[in-house]
Design a protein around this ligand. Structure first.
Ligand SMILES: Cc1ncc(COP(=O)(O)O)c(C=O)c1O
Length: 392
C-alpha cells in the first residue's frame, strides 16, 4: 500500500505505547488509574446540553455557512473584544472550526510555504510539530527548562530562531506544563516577533483555566493593532468541558479568514449545526460551571503539587493554569528505566497509573500528570506512583 511521503514523515504518537500497555493490563483485569487525560472530568453544563436538544427539536440540522452561523461569529468576536477592552471586533475576523486543533491546522495550511520555519517553544502540545509538517513547514524547537518554569524569553528566541523564521507559535497556559506567561512576558515575546516580521499564533485554549492570583494574558490586543500579523486561537473544549462537541474558533485578518474558509469549505465544511447552537449558549449563558471547575482544578493542582514536589530530586514548577503538572523526574531514572517512556511503562506496570511521557512533548526528562479527575483518586494515584518510584 503506498502512503504519501508527507504522511510517512509524521512520527507515530509517543503515547501509543503507554495506552496500548494500559489497555492490555485492563484486559487482564488490572485496575488502572489514568492521569493521562487531556480533558475536564466535568459534564458539559446543563444549559449547553439543553440548547443542543432544542436545536435538534427545532430541526436546526442542515448545512450552515462554512465559517459558522452569523450569531455565533458575532458572539465570538464579542468574546475577543471583551479581552482587548474593545466595544466590538468584526465578525468577519472570526471563524468557527472543528476544535482548536482544526483552527490551528487551517492556519498553518493557509500561512505556510514549503520549508517555512515555525518557532515552537518546548515543551509543546503534541500536535504542533505534525501539523506544521503536514503544511510542509519546518518546526524549529525553542528549548526551555523547568528551573525557569518552562517559559522562554526574547533572548531564547534570539539564540535559537533561524534567519527568516515565518511564524512564532505561543501557548499559554501550556499543555503540557500548565505554565503561563504574564501579560508583560507575553508582550515581550510578541514584540520580538513582530519587530522581525514573524507572524504570531497564540493558542489560548486554556485562557479560562488560570488560577488566582495569576491572571489570564492574551495576544488579542496585539491583533487589534496588527491584524495581519497575529492570529488568536481559542475554543470551548476545555473551558466548557466540550471536548467531544468539536468547537474552536480563531481571530485573524479577514483575508486570512477567507483563505481558511476556502480550506475548510473543501474539507470539513461547517462545524456541526447543533454544536454551533450549543456553543452560542455556552458563550452567552451562565458561567457558574466554569467557576466551579476552576476552583476544583486549583484545589487539585495544589494537592498534586504538594505531593510531587516532595519527591526527592524532583523539580516541579507551580503551574498557573490548565490541568497538568510536568515534573522533571530524571533524578529517578535508573539503568532499566532511563527515559520518560521507560519510566512511564514501569509506573504503569508497578503502580497501575497511566501517565504521558515527556518525550511526546519534546522533553524526555519529564512526565505529564493530568489532574482532571476527582481528588480522592488523584491522591491515591500519586501515592501509588510515589511508592513505585521510591520504595522500589
Ligand atoms: C494546547 C492545546 N491546543 C489546542 C487543543 C485542541 O483542542 P480541541 O481541538 O479539542 O478544541 C488542545 C487539546 O488538547 C491543547 O491542549
Amino acid at each position: 500500500m503506498h502512503i504519501a511521503k508527507k504522511i510517512r514523515s509524521i512520527p507515530p504518537s509517543a503515547t501509543l505505547a503507554v495506552n496500548a500497555k494500559a489497555q492490555e493490563l485492563t484486559a487482564q483485569g488490572k485496575k488502572i488509574i489514568s492521569l493521562a487525560v487531556g480533558e475536564p472530568d466535568f459534564p458539559t453544563p446543563e444549559h449547553v446540553r439543553q440548547a443542543a436538544k432544542d436545536a435538534l427539536d427545532e430541526g436546526f440540522t442542515r448545512y450552515t455557512p462554512v465559517p459558522g452561523i452569523p450569531a455565533l461569529r458575532k458572539t465570538v468576536a464579542g468574546y475577543f473584544a471583551g479581552i482587548a477592552g474593545q466595544d466590538e471586533l468584526p465578525a468577519e475576523a472570526t471563524m468557527i472550526c472543528n476544535g482548536g486543533k482544526h483552527a490551528l491546522y487551517n492556519l498553518f495550511q493557509a500561512l505556510l510555504e514549503p520549508g517555512d520555519s515555525v518557532l515552537i517553544p518546548a515543551p509543546y502540545w503534541v500536535s504542533y510539530p505534525p501539523m506544521v509538517l503536514l503544511a510542509e513547514g519546518k518546526p524549529t524547537i525553542i528549548p526551555s527548562t523547568p528551573e525557569r518554569r518552562f517559559l522562554i524569553t526574547p533572548e531564547d528566541l534570539e539564540r535559537h530562531a533561524p534567519q527568516g523564521a515565518r511564524v512564532l507559535l505561543l501557548n499559554s497556559p501550556s499543555n503540557p506544563t500548565g505554565c503561563h506567561y504574564s501579560q508583560d512576558e507575553l508582550d515581550a515575546l510578541i514584540g520580538w516577533a513582530l519587530e522581525r516580521d514573524i507572524f504570531v499564533i497564540s493558542d489560548e485554549i486554556y485562557d479560562q483555566l488560570v488560577y488566582p492570583p495569576a491572571r489570564p494574558s492574551s495576544a488579542v490586543s496585539w491583533w487589534v493593532k496588527f491584524p495581519d500579523k497575529v492570529a488568536v486561537v481559542n475554543g470551548l473544549s476545555k473551558s466548557m468541558a466540550m471536548t467531544g462537541w468539536r468547537i474552536g474558533y480563531v481571530l485573524a485578518h479577514p483575508d486570512l479568514i477567507k483563505a481558511m474558509v476556502r480550506i475548510q469549505g473543501q474539507s470539513t465544511s461547517n462545524v456541526c449545526s447543533i454544536t454551533q447552537k450549543a456553543a452560542l449558549a455556552a458563550l452567552t449563558g451562565p458561567m457558574d460551571s466554569l467557576r466551579e471547575m476552576r476552583v476544583a482544578f486549583q484545589r487539585r493542582r495544589d494537592l498534586a503539587l504538594e505531593k510531587i514536589a516532595s519527591w526527592p530530586g524532583v523539580v516541579c514548577p507551580k503551574p498557573d493554569g490548565a490541568f497538568y503538572l510536568f515534573p522533571r523526574l530524571d533524578a529517578l531514572f535508573t539503568k532499566d528505566r532511563n527515559d520518560s517512556a521507560a519510566l512511564c511503562t514501569y509506573i504503569l506496570e508497578r503502580a497501575g497509573v497511566a501517565l504521558v511521557p515527556g518525550v511526546a512533548f519534546g522533553d524526555d526528562r519529564c512526565v505529564r500528570f493530568s489532574y482532571a479527575l476527582d481528588d480522592e483518586t488523584l491522591v491515591t494515584a500519586l501515592d501509588l506512583v510515589r511508592n513505585a518510584l521510591l520504595d522500589a
